[in-house]
Design a binder for this molecule. Structure first.
Ligand code: ZN
Length: 114
């Protein structure tokens, strides 16, 4: 592309502290000579500062990350919700029965034309 794509992709990981020191140094060297990428990095920082301010922490030092939901936890929660729904459905069916109450014919709507 135009030579900036690689560096632009490095900005977010650099701000998250995920780059190695060598990669951070290479990015810093590029930012010194490239106003385009330096401006993009400044924009990323401004967005993060605005989000932190909107979240009530104007002096945040890091970008707040959403807590990661573990796959196992999500699977357990989904299973519990499904079992609770099935149990509730079974209990309600046992209490009040299914739709229509009696046989299928009694549950049909009657259209009378005169
Ligand atoms: Zn650049």
């Amino acid at each position: 592309m135009d030579g900036h794509d690689h560096w632009l992709r490095e900005i977010e990981p650099e701000l998250d502290g995920e780059l190695s020191l060598a990669a951070r140094a290479a990015l810093a060297r590029h930012l010194v000579s490239c106003a385009h990428c330096a401006g993009a990095r400044a924009s990323h920082l401004e967005v993060r500062a605005a989000l932190a301010s909107a979240a009530g922490d104007r002096h945040a030092r890091t970008f707040p990350q959403a807590p990661a939901v573990r796959t196992r936890t999500l699977a357990v929660l989904a299973t519990v919700v499904l079992l609770a729904g099935a149990g509730l459905g079974w209990a309600l069916h046992a209490r009040w029965g299914g739709p229509g109450g009696g046989d299928l014919e009694a549950s049909r709507a009657a259209i009378v034309v005169r």
